[in-house]
Design a protein around this ligand. Structure first.
Ligand SMILES: *Cc1c(COP(=O)(O)O)cnc(C)c1O
Length: 860
């Protein structure tokens, strides 16, 4: 019989052990091995049995053992030390506290969080990144307040059928068995969030708090008795269900998330966030809720929009069109219009925010960009791809000026780096993990020490992989008698390549199978064998992805290669840690440029693994020729099959002639000197860059603080500036059709201009109803391409030279001819306001009407 409901009865700790409860309920343990050592000591055998999950440990440990520990002076002393250490960690000033005028709080919204394997609320990179972001914010003292959903079944766990087909299981999680605390009102009743739905329905949610070091993570949970069945299931699973289900989840995350923050701040006295960071489109409704709040108190829609935009940061995480979140317009109309409309937020305005080229579609990414004054992608290449992808929102502007920047992702070292390596780093270079400097110290580490640690990590991986492999085969119906070979599967001394990631088609899980014979030869080479460990989950609805997994599994089932290539089911953070720490080489072969950043390769690099990757995402930016290998990409080849063929061949060649050669090139003492040289170079060149600490500082300095300043500027004096800016914006948009560059004239150079000469420019601009102060008139100049287009032009403001009675304004300036070759210039007018974050902000621009007029400006 199956239980229809489950819950966890929490243990009552003896008072002497009360602080053990504190330690368990702060997820800092997930990146603090000294604390988990203490948990292990509670009951070492049980600790292994519960898979290193401290809440499960406390639930299962028997009373006699707790009583024993309560009388164990040595244990109590260690416990007191650990508790002191946590308190000090929670309160001591850190990097952020050294910044003047910093934001009091920053809200961070994400649909998933990968904090620890014991809190399975993530599916892949976006969640892991969010988890690393929070942990790093905690380490640096950045006052983030995070919001997400609590999925009752999390993401699925994966196993395989006898035929190698992916099977999904949705274990029932119970919040009482997780390191979470229910948020309650002062009178002890649980806090309730309510959102009204069409047809007089209401979506209710309660609120769990996960403490991630210093960062509170609020998780909304719709599994409450007030809800009808459908509403209870809103938070049933991550990325499951249809469009309607997704809309409900996003509504709860965005609208409910802001309400959750308000409740949390009201009850705990936590500072209200000045900045709201929206990760991907999923949380985009948060901007609408904040507009609603402001319009209900005192502002018009346009004024509220400006106030909200100023304090909002939007990060786009994917260049894959299918990854962009969209809804049918009528669903949005039903939710935000008719009888369910918010009186002060007209549904037409909402629809306009999410409008895209395709009519009938409501685009969450585009709404995210319109609701945020600051937008970024997650690597330089992804920033460029995003500018291309969304340039239509800023018509008339050059690609370089599309206001989407980039901050390259990073990873949280204490979470991902093997303990032995962290300890070595702590010994040899105290600043290794926390700081951007000091990485040259890696060069001083003796080769033999480094190689020993790499060997330890590889051996641990091989042993862990065997355990998982045996379980996988048992799940597929094999008997122990058939599994003797697993004792010798994989080899702790063989060059080990890892490939673990989600299985969308662009990541090309099966590229390595392209030439099965060639792969077999590499695996079985008698002098220089390689072994490959593979893991990854396909989305439950992705039959294609499941087929790819099956192909890999079928190949790895072959008796001749199964000891050298394995598929390990159920890729999660625990398996990820094992893999990135133990693999010598981290393989990544996405279809460029569809990998926005990728982070698993960064984790590998921090562990002294070498990346073997297509130049996509972060690797495009930081590959330097000797810190790993770039698989040549056949970018221009449009025939996908041909492209796969070319890139696979290049991959095999690299493994055979570069990677394996170097790994097996041993000196007299058995050390692979040339390999270790590359490992050290990887650590010194990539270490400081791939740290999430670098990423977080970039967010704080580049986006959070400027956003906080903008938000303060707009909200001060009862939102006077927001009102002024909104009115200005409306006035400028209305007057813009009257703005024209009427005439441009150049002088100062003869027939044969030479470098070093100066070009005097005079422009006449019709301003219509605008004042000179409303606009910026600029010369754009520089190299021109074959169609007279300016390539990466420079800009220079022209100075006002007076206004005629008829509203024509004159401008002038001097352009240096600072380069030889084809040179061109033009003049443009853009709106100008101190509170705009970029020139393209309003998406308005005026250039000389006759493009032919431009030819005057091209000097050849
Ligand atoms: C790091 C990580 C990811 C993301 O890896 P990518 O390189 O971005 O594909 C996904 N899942 C898990 C479990 C991870 O640890």
């Amino acid at each position: 019989m199956r239980a229809i409901r489950r819950f966890t009865v929490r243990t009552v700790l003896p008072t002497e052990l009360a602080s053990l409860g504190e330690l368990v309920h702060n997820l800092r343990w997930s990146w603090h091995p000294e604390t988990t050592d203490l948990f292990a000591e509670v009951d070492p055998r049980l600790w292994e049995q519960v898979g290193h999950d401290p809440v499960a440990l406390l639930g299962a440990v028997d009373h006699a053992r707790l009583a024993e520990l309560a009388a164990d002076r040595r244990f109590l002393r260690r416990l007191a030390d650990a508790a002191d250490d946590l308190r000090e960690y929670m309160t001591a000033p850190r990097w952020y506290q050294t910044l003047p005028d910093a934001a009091h709080a920053i809200a961070y919204f994400s649909p998933e969080y990968g904090i620890a394997a014991a809190l399975p609320q993530y599916s892949g990179g976006l969640g892991i990144l969010a988890g690393d972001h929070l942990k790093t914010a905690s380490d640096l003292g950045v006052p983030i307040l995070a919001v997400g959903l609590l999925y009752r079944h999390g993401y699925f766990t994966q196993s395989l059928s006898p035929e190698g087909w992916q099977l999904e299981h949705y274990p029932s999680l119970d919040a009482g068995g997780l390191p979470l605390t229910l948020l309650k009102e002062e009178d002890g009743t649980p806090v309730k969030i309510r959102i009204s739905l069409p047809d007089d329905r209401v979506l209710h949610a309660q609120l769990w708090v996960a403490q991630v070091g210093r960062v509170p993570l609020l998780l909304l949970d719709s599994d409450v008795a007030d809800n009808d069945i459908a509403a209870r299931d809103v938070t049933d699973r991550l990325y499951g269900g249809g469009t309607d289900h997704r809309l409900m989840q996003e509504l709860l995350l965005g609208v409910g998330g802001v309400r959750a923050i308000r409740a949390y701040c009201r009850i705990t006295g936590h500072a209200e966030p000045e900045v709201f960071h929206t990760n991907e489109g999923h949380a985009g409704f948060l901007g609408l809720e904040r507009i609603r709040e402001l319009t209900e108190s005192r502002l018009s829609f346009d004024e509220a929009l400006e106030a909200v935009r100023a304090g909002t940061v939007f990060t786009t995480h994917t260049p894959v069109p299918a990854g962009i979140d969209r809804f049918p317009v009528d669903m949005i109309e039903r939710q935000f219009g008719g009888g369910n409309a918010w009186p002060t937020v007209p549904v037409e305005r909402i629809l306009a925010l999410g409008a895209e080229e395709q009519p009938g579609r409501f685009n969450m990414a585009i709404m995210g960009m319109r609701l945020a004054q600051r937008v970024n992608g997650v690597s330089e290449l992804h920033g460029a791809v995003s500018r291309e992808m969304f340039k239509g929102l800023w018509p008339g502007f050059d690609l370089d000026e599309v206001p989407i920047g980039s901050i390259t992702n990073g990873v949280h070292a204490p979470t991902w780096v093997g303990r032995e390596l962290m300890e070595l780093a702590g010994r040899e270079l105290p600043s290794l993990i926390e700081r951007a400097r000091g990485w040259e110290g890696v060069q001083k580490v003796p080769d033999s020490d480094l190689w020993d640690i790499r060997g330890t990590l590889r051996r641990r991986l091989v042993e862990g992989a065997r355990v998982r492999l045996r379980k996988a085969w048992r799940d597929r119906g094999a008997s122990d008698a058939e599994l003797g070979w697993i004792d010798d599967a994989l080899d702790p001394d063989v060059l080990t390549i890892g490939f673990a990631r989600r299985v969308p088609s662009y990541k090309r899980l099966t590229l390595m199978l392209r030439d099965a014979e060639r792969l077999t030869d590499l695996l079985l080479d008698s002098d220089k064998p390689v072994q490959i460990l593979i893991a990854g989950k396909a989305h439950p609805a992705d039959e294609g992805g499941k087929k790819l997994i099956q192909q890999i599994v079928k190949f790895a089932d072959r008796a001749d290669v199964r000891h050298r290539i394995v598929f390990l089911p159920d890729y999660d953070m625990a398996l990820g840690q094992l893999l990135v720490q133990g693999c010598d080489v981290w393989l990544n072969n996405p279809l460029r440029p569809l990998e926005a950043s990728g982070t698993s390769g960064m984790k590998s690099a921090l562990n002294g693994g070498l990346n073997l990757s297509i130049r996509d995402g972060w690797w495009d930016e930081w590959y330097d020729g000797t810190n790993g290998w770039a698989i040549p990409t056949a970018d221009g080849v449009t025939d996908q099959d041909r492209r796969d063929e070319l890139e696979a061949a290049a991959l095999y060649d690299l493994i055979e002639h570069e990677v394996a050669d170097r790994f097996y090139d041993r000196a007299g003492d058995g050390l692979p000197r040339r390999w270790l040289e590359m490992v050290k170079h990887t650590l010194t060149s990539l270490g400081p860059k791939v740290l999430a600490g670098r990423m977080l500082r970039d967010y704080v300095v580049g986006l959070y603080l400027p956003a906080a300043l903008s938000a303060r500027a707009l909200s001060g004096d009862s939102y006077a500036a927001a009102k002024g800016f909104a009115a200005w914006r409306v006035r400028v948009a209305r007057a813009w059709p009257g703005v024209r560059v009427e005439h441009v004239e150049a002088s100062g150079i003869g027939d044969a201009p030479e470098v070093g000469a100066a070009l005097e420019l005079h422009a006449t601009v019709a301003l219509g109803d605008l004042e000179p102060g409303d606009v910026l008139v600029e010369a754009a100049y520089g190299r021109v391409g074959p169609h007279d287009e300016l390539v990466h032009p420079a800009y220079m403001s022209l100075r006002t030279d007076g206004v005629d009675d008829d509203g024509r304004a004159h401008y002038a300036g001097v352009i240096p001819l600072d380069r030889t070759g084809p040179f061109g210039y033009t003049v443009r007018v853009v709106p100008h306001h101190a509170l705009a974050a970029s020139r393209a902000e309003l998406g308005l621009i005026a250039v000389p009407e006759e493009p032919a007029g431009m030819t005057n400006g091209v000097l050849r």
